[in-house]
Design a protein around this ligand. Structure first.
Ligand SMILES: [Zn+2]
Length: 101
């Protein structure tokens, strides 16, 4: 079971959270083609390595936040609140140290 560090409450068991899918997806405007709209609706990244995800602390504070998780090791590399800057691959470990310290 994952131990997820909520940026508002601290580290809790995964059972308290709800997975919200890939983070940082922008809804396209009405002028896009059917292919672009379909891509927005159905296609998601499936990387081997760092994946940016949304999680909600359902059985805690109820807040949504973002997690950078390694899909191979399930280690959480960074946790940041909605609206905060997405960590770059170079500073994921730095963000991890700052949040988990
Ligand atoms: Zn929380």
């Amino acid at each position: 079971m994952l131990q997820i560090p909520c940026p508002y409450c601290g580290t809790r068991d995964e059972a308290e959270f709800h997975f919200g899918g890939e983070a940082h997806i922008t809804r396209p405007g009405p002028e896009v083609s059917d292919e672009e709209w379909s891509d927005y609706l159905f296609n998601r990244e499936n990387p081997k390595g760092t994946h940016f995800e949304r999680w909600c602390h359902n059985f805690g504070c109820g807040q949504w936040f973002n997690v950078a998780r390694d899909t191979v090791t399930h280690e959480i590399d960074a946790v940041y609140r909605m609206g905060e800057r997405k960590p770059t691959p170079e500073n994921v470990l730095t963000e991890n140290k700052r949040r988990l310290a």
